[in-house]
Each structure stands twice: as C-alpha cells, then as structure tokens.
Design a protein around this ligand. Structure first.
Ligand code: M6R
Length: 366
C-alpha cells in the first residue's frame, strides 16, 4: 500500500506531480486558456465583488492560506486576511452578513476550523471551503467549495495536500482576476502555461532526492535551524520549519528574511544552519544581502536557488537547484526540497515519520 516506498510520507511527496495534475484536471483548459471552478460557480459573482476575503485554517493549511493571500492580493486586488481558526473563533471577529470566508482544511475535520466556520455562518457570512477529504464535516458544513483532489494523505505531515491547496488558490486567484479585469490577458495566459508545466517541473525537482539525502546526513545532529524567505517564499520558509519540527523534533524557526536583523540574527554562529529560499524573483537582490549578513556571522547556509544561479552559489555552503517558474507558482516547487530535507533528517534520526510523537492526522479537539 506504500507503493514500494518506505513511508507513506515519501510516497505522498513523490505523488505530487500527479496530485497537482489531478487538482487542475477539468478546471484548467490549456487549449481554451480558461479556468473553470464548478464547485463555487453559484458564488462567483459574490467573490468577484467581494470587498475583502477572510481565510481561516490551521497549521500547514494556514500556510497555504498565506500563499493564497499573496496571490489573490497581487492578481485580484482584493484585501485578504488569513486567520488562525483558533484565534478567530475566540476573538469576537468583525463579520457582517454577506462577508466571504474561505476555510482551508485537508481533513475537513479540524475542530477549530469547523468552529470558526460555524461562528461565521451564525453571523451571516458565506463560507466556502478548500478541502481534500470528500464529504468531510467542513465540506458538508460550508455553502460550497473546491476539492483539492490530492487523494488520501496518510502521513501526519501534510505534503501533497499543501501543494494542492496552493494550486486551488492560484486557480481561484486567476479566475477571479480575469473576471475582475485586474490581470492582463497576456499575463493570464503565461500563468496558465506555467501551471500546465508545473507537474513536470515538480518531477524534475524530485530527481534531487539523493543530494538532499546527503545534506540530511550532514545536518542531522543540529539542534536548531532557521528558515528564511521573502515574498512568495516567506510562507514556504515557515512551512519548511514546521515540517522539520514535527518530523525530526529539531527546533526550527521560519522568518521573513529581512526581519532577522530585528532579533533572530543574535542566534547566528557557526553552529546555526540556515535554509534560505532564494529563487530569482522580485526579492532576489534583497535576499542576497540577507545571505551576506548571515555569512558574515559564520552561519552554515543551505540555499534553494533557481536552476543555473551562480551568485548565491558563490556565497553559501550548499545549494539545491529548482526549475524556474513564475514567482507566484514557486512555492509549489520550492517547498519540495524542504519536505524531503525534513523527511530524510527524521529518517536519519530514527523518528517515526508517518506518525510523529504527540501528533494526530486530524486535530478534532480544540
Ligand atoms: O486537516 P487540516 O488541514 O485542517 O489540518 C490542519 C493542521 O492540523 C495540519 O496542517 C498540521 O499542521 C500538519 N500536521 C502539518 O504537517
């Protein structure tokens, strides 16, 4: 049932070229250059006119929401707020009838997310969902939704559900942007083509498994890790740190790279491994300065870079190259090496990767 893989998690990481394609199937029409999201058709006009959208979720699904925030704000020019469901539900949030809430959940059973949905509905909001498990409580409770169609995710650590959630959010952003006329047709078409190429690029990325395994061996005894990224790669940094913590029990923190100098830089010495997600996007020059700041303090750097990058390579200790794509789509590719790194460090340490201590696949208690 693990398809020849040692763990469900590794199988699920390797399923991503397929799960991402499944998620786009029937929705992305490459020939027609169009996007159709059947599940939320009845609410599309409300979404197009929405003055703001609130996303509620927990854990990795919350992080997919942060990528969604960046993508929807960029292309649709709609203000987005991403809320931890557990905070939202107890804060007496401002919700008015007709407001739009999008709940994101792999399992569709997370107690805090479900409670946040019920609260919003009681106040008259329209709640849509992005779920993986068909017929789950959240899918049934919400007015409408878009399934991620990633297939069953057994490993406790979310991997293919995360990349599918981001894929759905990008499809949603592009579809709304086209209808709101906040995106140029040429850019829209370029992004459609890039989406179509994603499964192959993820496949190429996965070929670096052995290199990442080697890095895992070098860093398995570290007691701390920092993950730094900017822009679209900032939530990826947070996700990389979360994966490492839950799988290998190594303390890890994710941070927006430029915030580091406001405190965390004090932690840097020759024993601190720092993972930079430094692909070539609008923040590239800025993140190079951040890398130099860490190097000056002797931190050990692993950098995720765009294929062919020479500048970062000269500055850091180790690089992992990822195929180039549009910066808004990069989280789907740049998270893969971080999933593999966390996986292999946990395997090296003898941890139970599919069932880490103290964790459950769906958190049905608050
Ligand atoms: O099923 P959900 O997406 O609602 O679950 C939310 C979190 O519990 C989940 O993403 C958790 O953070 C994962 N273990 C992370 O890998």
């Amino acid at each position: 049932e693990k398809g020849g893989f040692e763990h469900f998690m590794l199988k699920e990481i390797f399923e991503q070229p397929t799960s991402i394609a499944d998620c786009m199937r029937g929705r992305l029409d490459i020939a027609q250059k169009s996007i159709k999201l059947g599940g939320i058709e009845a609410y599309i006009n409300q979404l197009i006119c929405a003055p703001k959208i609130t996303i509620v979720a927990c854990g990795t699904s919350w992080l997919a929401g942060v990528v969604g925030e960046y993508v929807i704000e960029e292309f649709c020019r709609i203000p987005i707020k991403v809320e931890y469901a557990s905070e939202f539900r107890y804060r007496n949030p401002i919700i008015k009838p007709g407001d739009i809430i999008i709940a994101i959940s792999q399992s569709g059973e997370t107690a805090d997310t479900l409670a946040a949905i019920e609260l919003a509905q009681a106040k008259g909001a329209t709640v849509l969902s992005i779920c993986n498990v068909v017929g789950s409580s959240i899918a049934r409770t919400t007015q409408a939704g878009i399934y991620t169609h990633a297939g069953p995710e057994i490993g406790v650590a979310s991997t293919k559900a995360f990349t599918a959630q981001i894929t759905v959010l990008i499809l949603l952003a592009l579809s709304l942007a086209q209808q709101r006329k906040t995106i140029m047709q040429a850019s829209f078409e370029e992004l459609i083509d890039e989406l179509a190429n994603l499964p192959d690029k993820v496949k190429t990325m996965l070929q670096q498994e052995c290199k990442i395994k080697g890095l895992a061996n070098l860093f398995k005894d570290a007691t701390n890790f920092l993950y730094l990224g900017r822009g679209y790669n900032y939530p990826v940094a947070l996700e990389g740190a979360l994966k490492l913590k839950e799988l290998s029990y190594i303390h890890a923190e994710g941070y927006p790279a430029a915030e580091m100098k406001h405190g965390p830089i004090a932690l840097i010495d020759e024993n601190m491994p720092v993972v930079f997600i430094a692909t070539q996007d609008r923040t590239y020059e800025k993140i190079i300065s951040n890398i130099q700041e860490i190097k000056a303090r002797k931190g050990k750097i692993i950098a995720i870079v765009t294929q062919g990058d020479e500048r970062v390579k000269q500055l850091v200790d180790y690089v992992i190259e990822v195929p180039a794509t549009h910066e808004a789509l990069m989280p789907i590719i740049s998270v893969i090496p971080l999933q593999l790194l966390a996986y292999y460090i946990a395997v090296e340490k003898g941890c139970n990767v599919d069932q880490p201590r103290n964790l459950a696949k769906s958190v049905t208690v608050e």
